[in-house]
Design a protein around this ligand. Structure first.
Ligand code: C2E
Ligand code: MG
Ligand code: MG
Ligand code: MG
Length: 285
């Protein structure tokens, strides 16, 4: 099914990266020119409502088509980009692209006002750059409604400086962005901070979701879901790969799902086709 939806699954054909120092250096050098050489793209992965399977939004994910290495996984270049501060520029690129793309979908797709896009934010962006101004500019330039832009941040990022993070998050929300806690469950989940940080959504890490999980993982999932709902947080499960995953998540009361079952990350053109197909089915029904 996912294949039929197109998209990419880069880990399956990801080139082996040598790890000697000169190679890392070369990668960081190449990274510096990647934007101006237009080697970076933003792909989008569908996020669905688990009860109706309707697409309600997308996660924006960076893709780097390196002239020699082919497609390099963000798992390999994002850490390098964070070390060298390149992530600030890359992050702004993704934010601008994704906002413009969403605004275009809002204008051209039927009944699409509710669609959102979710953009990953790294700690350098939050702590050292003027994220507030960027977000404000991007939202107004593309006249995106409240809630249309979600910002994904990890727990470890927010825990570096919870008081400062809380202030920024409050202001981001005042601007109309909403906040998702990414990879939830993998860091030090300091549950008391969860209550104090202005967060809208928990994105449950795929390690708790993907099929083949133990009964313990099921118990963990169930309690995360209970916690989230008691705190009034929306839940998104990452890594739903099978029908069984999706059914279990729905039964546990998880709101949204993301994973190869519903579609891999894909280009904006492929998303467009997917949405046309979904809207066609709705009209027929
Ligand atoms: P993430 O934010 O947790 O993104 C979800 C990752 O899970 C994506 O990997 C996605 O392709 C993958 N995924 C989605 N569904 C499934 C599934 O059903 N099964 C499996 N096995 N994997 C699934 P991707 O695109 O390789 O990105 C990896 C990480 O790189 C992201 O994790 C995020 O931390 C980082 N990243 C990607 N784009 C950006 C960006 O624009 N900015 C920043 N700061 N980080 C980014
Ligand atoms: Mg993410
Ligand atoms: Mg994640
Ligand atoms: Mg992840």
């Amino acid at each position: 099914y996912a294949k039929q939806l197109g998209g990419d699954r880069i880990e399956t054909f990801r080139p082996a990266l040598r790890t000697d120092a000169s190679d890392v250096f070369q990668l960081e050098n190449d990274l510096r020119r990647a934007l101006e050489r237009e080697e970076m793209q933003v792909h989008y992965q569908p996020i669905v409502r688990l009860d109706t399977r309707e697409i309600v939004g997308f996660e924006a994910l960076l893709r780097w088509d390196h002239p020699k290495r082919g497609r390099v996984s963000p798992a390999d270049f994002v850490p390098a980009a964070e070390r060298s501060d390149q992530i600030v520029q890359l992050g702004l690129f993704v934010l601008e692209r994704a906002a413009r793309q969403l605004s275009q979908w809002h204008q051209s797709l039927p009944k699409s006002d509710h669609l959102f896009v979710s953009v990953n934010v790294s700690s350098r962006q939050l702590l050292r750059h003027d994220l507030l101004n960027d977000v404000k500019a991007v939202l107004s330039r593309n006249s995106l409604p409240k809630g249309a832009l979600k910002l994904e941040m990890t727990e470890s990022l927010l825990m570096e400086n919870p008081e400062f993070a809380a202030q920024i998050l409050h202001r981001l929300r005042e601007l109309g962005a909403s906040i998702s806690l990414d990879d939830f469950g993998t860091g030090y989940s300091s549950l008391s901070y969860l209550q104090r940080l202005p967060i809208d959504t928990l994105k449950i890490d795929q390690s708790f979701v993907r099929s083949g999980n133990s009964p313990t993982q099921f118990v963990i999932l169930r309690s995360i879901m209970g916690l989230a709902h008691d705190l009034g947080l929306e839940t998104v499960a990452e890594g739903a790969e099978t029908e069984a995953d999706a059914e279990m998540l729905d039964e546990l009361g998880c709101d949204l799902g993301q994973g190869y079952l519903f579609g891999a990350p894909m280009s904006a053109d492929e998303i467009r086709k997917l949405m046309d197909r979904q809207n066609g089915e709705k009209t027929k029904a």
